[in-house]
Design a protein around this ligand. Structure first.
Ligand code: DGJ
Length: 727
C-alpha cells in the first residue's frame, strides 16, 4: 500500500491488476472504506468506519471473516456490490437478465485505478467482471478527505450477443456490522416536510422509496441516517448519513441479517424500470453520497453541508440574494400597478430582488387561478399590459433586481400547449386523466419537449434582460406514467430525469451564474442530483414560523443553510420578530404586504435586513450546530460558527407547547475555541425593546461549551438572537 500512496501523490492514475489478495482502501481524513479480494476474486467490503492508525492492518480484516459465517450455513459474502442469481440470496444491488435469458450474475475483481485528483479528492475505479458472461461492472468511489464524504456510483456495460435487461441497478451497497441499527428517516406531505422517525431496524428489509416520478420526495426523503449500536445523539455515537443524488424514483433498502449485519442498498428505484442495455452501451447510476461520524449526528451533518458547499451545490461558496416574493401576498391577483408598488416595497425593505411568482402568463387561458394556462409562457396582456419591458425598466429605475417563477415541466389541459401538442403530455392512451393541482406533466424523455423547455427558459433571459433570479417549480407527480415518445416504457422514469438534467445542463452552459430556486410545491424535490444546477431550494410551502423551526431543523441534517430559502409571511400568529429570526436561519426572504406593516414592524424588518447582511456570511458559510432540540426541550437553539471561531450567531426560540414560562438549563455552545474569550450580545431586537442580556462580561469558549449561556427566552421573549464575538 505504501507504493500506492507514493505513486498517487505524483498525481498519476495507477492501474493495478493482480490475482493475489488485493486490498483497496478508500480513505478520508477520519474514515476508511476497505475493500479486499478473497480467494475466489470476489471483492468484499471488509470495513467501513474510523480510519486505522496503520495502513497495513486493513489487510487483516479479511482474516476476521470467520466471524461472519452466514446464517444456518447460508453462504453470504459481504461483497462490495452484490449481484443476484448466483451466490447472493439477499436483496441484491444488481439483478439482470443476460442476453440468453439467464438471470445469474457473479462479479470478480479484475483491476483498479486510483486517481488523485487534487490534495482533497481521490477517485478509485474498480473493474469487476462476470467470469461467465461478457459483463463489466465498474465501481467508482470518489473520496473527499477534508469533508469525510464518499460518493459511490457504478457503471454497467456488457458485450454479450444481444441486449441485457437490468432488473435492479443500485448505485452502491454498504454492509455494516453492529449490535443494533437505528434508522432515522423522513416522511413528508405537502406543508409537512421532513417529519423525522427514528427506530431500531427490525429483522428483515425496510425500504424507503418513491414511485412518484416527479416530486419524488413528496412522501419520503432520499436522505437518512443510521446509528450503530445505540441511537446517536448530536455529539456522540457512530452514525452514517446518506443521500442519493437523483431527482426521480429512488429505492433505499435496509436489510438486517445474521444478527449483527445491515446492508444498505441505494439507487434508482427499479419499479417499472427494467432497463434494456445494448452491447457496448454504458449505464451510469446516480451517486450515493455518504459519510461516517464517530461524534454523532452533528458532525455527520456538517460533513455533508461542507461537502455540498464545496463541491455540489451551485455556487455553494458564493453569495445569495435576499428577496421579496409576491406569492402569498397577491396569489394570482395582480397587475402592473400592483407589481410596480411591490418593486418599490422591495426597495423600501432593503432586500435585493423582487420575485414575481405564478400567474403572469397565459392569454387564451389566462392564469388567474391554478386551473389553466400552464405551458403558455407568454406574459398575460391584461396583467402585464406592457409586457416585461415596462416592469424591467421600473425595476432598474427603482434599483432592485427582478426574478421570475416558472413551472416549465408542466401543462394544464386548459392551455394552448395541450391543444397544440397532446403528444408531449405524459398520459396513458385510453385511460382517464388524473391530475394533481389540475395539471399534467410534459414528457421530458422527448428531445422536442426538452428543447421547448430550454427555449422557454432561455427566452426569459431575452425578454427580461437583467433577469436576476428564477424560481423553478414542479407541482405534480406523474399519474398514468406513459411516454408517447418512448418505444420502451420501461425506460420512462429514468429518461424523464435524464431529460430534466439535460435541460438544466444546457441552461447552465448558457447561464452559469443566475441564482435558481428549486421548488416542487414546497420541498418535494430536494436532492443533490438537482441541487448541482440550483443555488437554493424552497423547503416547504409551510411558512408558519413555529412549524418551520422543525422543518428547517430536519433539513439541516443533510443540506446547508445557504441552500434553504425561508420567507417571512402572514402564515402563523407569531410576532414578526419571531418569523424574521426563523427565516434568518437560512436564506432570508419576505412574502408580506409591506404596505400594511405597522411603522414599527416596518422599521424592524428594515433593520433586520441590515442585521442579516452583517451576519449572513456566518449563517451561509459557517459550521452549523444544533444546540437544543425542539423535539425534546422547551427551547430550540441553533448556532452558526465562523470557520475561524471568532464569531457565532445563535438563534433561540421558546417552543413549549404546554404551560411554561422560562427555560430550565443553560444552553451549551459548540464549535468555539476553548482558549478564546467571547462576549455575548443580543441582536435583531424589536424597536424599543431592551435586552436583559448583559454584554459586559466575557466568557471563555471553554466555559460557554461546558457550562453554557442563558439566552433568557420565555413566553414573553419567544425568540432571541445572540452574537458571540471573540475579543
Ligand atoms: C407552489 C410553490 O411551492 C409556491 O411557493 C408557489 O410558487 C406556488 N406553487 C405557485 O403556484
Amino acid at each position: 500500500m505504501k507504493l500506492i500512496s507514493l505513486l498517487t501523490i505524483c498525481l498519476v492514475t495507477i492501474t493495478f491488476a493482480t490475482t493475489a489478495q488485493t486490498t483497496i482502501n478508500i480513505t478520508t481524513s477520519h474514515t476508511a472504506l476497505s475493500l479486499q479480494t478473497d480467494a475466489d476474486s470476489s471483492l468484499l467490503l471488509a470495513y467501513f468506519g474510523p480510519k486505522l492508525g496503520s495502513n497495513a492492518e486493513y489487510a487483516y480484516i479479511h482474516g476476521l471473516d470467520k466471524f461472519k459465517p452466514g446464517n444456518d450455513d447460508l453462504l453470504n459474502k459481504h461483497e462490495a456490490y452484490t449481484a443476484a442469481g448466483s451466490l447472493h440470496l439477499l436483496e441484491p444491488a444488481l439483478a439482470l437478465t443476460h442476453s440468453n435469458g439467464d438471470k445469474s450474475t457473479a462479479l470478480h475483481y479484475v483491476s483498479h485505478t486510483v486517481n488523485r485528483i487534487d490534495d482533497n479528492q481521490t477517485l478509485t475505479a474498480i473493474r469487476l467482471e462476470d467470469p461467465v458472461y461478457h459483463l463489466q461492472v465498474t465501481l467508482y468511489y470518489q473520496s473527499y478527505s477534508r469533508e469525510d464524504v464518499i460518493e459511490a456510483w457504478t457503471v454497467i456495460q456488457h458485450h454479450e450477443k444481444g441486449n441485457v435487461v437490468l432488473n435492479k441497478y443500485a448505485s452502491a451497497n454498504l454492509t455494516l456490522g453492529a449490535q443494533a441499527f437505528y434508522l432515522k428517516s423522513h416522511h413528508s406531505g405537502w406543508g409537512r416536510e421532513m417529519n423525522a422517525y427514528e427506530a431500531a431496524l427490525p429483522p428483515g428489509i425496510l425500504t424507503l422509496d418513491s414511485k412518484l416520478g416527479a416530486r419524488a420526495n413528496l412522501l419520503q426523503s432520499s436522505s437518512f441516517m443510521v446509528s450503530l449500536n445505540h441511537p446517536a445523539t448530536e455529539e456522540t455515537g457512530e452514525v452514517i448519513a446518506g443521500t442519493l443524488a437523483w431527482s426521480g424514483n429512488f429505492r433505499i433498502d435496509f436489510e438486517t441479517f445474521d444478527e449483527n449485519y445491515l446492508r444498505i442498498t441505494a439507487g434508482i428505484n427499479n419499479y417499472a424500470s427494467n432497463y434494456t442495455l445494448a452491447p457496448g452501451q454504458a449505464f451510469v447510476t446516480p451517486k450515493f453520497i455518504f459519510t461516517y461520524s464517530a461524534q454523532g449526528k452533528g458532525a455527520a451533518s456538517r460533513h455533508l453541508q461542507q461537502w455540498a458547499r464545496n463541491y455540489q451545490l451551485l455556487n455553494g461558496q458564493g453569495e445569495r440574494s435576499t428577496l421579496l416574493n409576491n406569492w402569498e401576498t397577491t396569489y394570482f391577483d395582480f397587475d402592473e400597478a400592483k407589481l410596480n408598488a411591490l418593486l418599490h416595497d422591495t426597495k423600501k425593505l432593503g432586500v435585493d430582488v423582487f420575485l414575481l411568482d405564478d400567474g403572469w402568463f397565459g392569454n387564451k387561458y389566462p392564469r388567474n387561478n391554478d386551473k389553466g394556462g400552464l405551458g403558455d409562457w407568454q406574459p398575460n396582456k391584461q396583467k402585464l399590459k406592457n409586457g416585461f419591458t415596462a416592469l424591467s425598466k421600473e425595476a432598474s429605475a427603482t434599483d432592485v433586481k427582478f426574478g421570475i417563477w416558472i413551472e416549465p415541466e408542466m401543462v394544464n389541459p386548459r392551455s394552448e400547449l395541450y391543444e397544440k401538442h397532446p403528444d408531449w403530455v405524459i398520459r396513458e392512451p385510453g385511460r382517464k386523466e388524473y391530475y394533481m393541482r389540475n395539471q399534467l406533466v410534459l414528457d421530458l424523455a422527448n428531445p422536442a419537449v426538452q428543447d421547448f423547455i430550454y427555449r422557454t427558459v432561455d427566452g426569459l433571459f431575452n425578454d427580461i434582460p437583467a433577469l436576476a433570479f428564477i424560481k423553478w417549480d414542479c407541482n405534480s407527480l406523474i399519474y398514468n406514467a406513459h411516454s408517447p415518445y418512448l418505444k420502451n416504457q420501461d425506460h420512462f422514469y429514468i429518461e424523464y430525469v435524464q431529460g430534466f438534467y439535460h435541460i438544466l445542463e444546457k441552461i447552465r452552459a448558457r447561464h452559469p451564474q443566475v441564482p435558481m430556486m428549486l421548488c416542487a410545491g414546497g420541498g418535494s424535490r430536494v436532492d443533490y442530483g438537482a441541487l448541482k444546477y440550483f443555488t437554493e431550494c424552497w423547503p416547504s410551502d409551510n411558512t408558519n414560523a413555529f412549524d418551520r423551526i422543525f422543518i428547517q431543523w430536519e433539513y439541516s441534517y443533510y443540506f446547508p443553510s445557504i441552500a434553504l430559502d425561508n420567507h417571512v409571511t402572514d402564515m402563523g400568529k407569531q410576532p414578526i420578530k419571531f418569523k424574521t429570526d426563523v427565516a434568518m436561519m437560512g436564506k432570508l426572504g419576505f412574502d408580506i404586504r409591506v404596505n400594511e406593516l405597522t411603522p414599527q414592524d416596518l422599521q424592524f424588518c428594515q433593520q433586520a435586513v441590515q442585521t442579516y447582511n452583517s451576519i449572513k456570511d456566518i449563517v451561509w458559510h459557517g459550521e452549523q450546530y444544533r444546540l437544543q432540540d425542539p423535539y425534546k426541550e422547551k427551547t430550540a437553539s441553533m448556532a452558526y460558527v465562523s470557520s475561524d471561531k471568532t464569531q457565532a450567531i445563535v438563534f433561540n426560540y421558546f417552543v413549549a407547547t404546554t404551560f411554561s414560562t422560562t427555560i430550565g438549563l443553560p444552553i451549551k455552545m459548540q464549535g468555539l475555541d476553548p482558549a478564546k474569550q467571547y462576549r455575548i450580545e443580543e441582536i435583531n431586537l424589536y424597536p424599543g425593546t431592551i435586552s436583559p442580556i448583559n454584554n459586559a462580561p466575557t466568557y471563555s469558549g471553554d466555559f460557554l461549551m461546558k457550562v453554557g449561556f442563558n439566552p433568557e427566552v420565555s413566553a414573553r421573549r419567544s425568540s432571541v438572537v445572540l452574537r458571540i464575538s471573540a475579543m
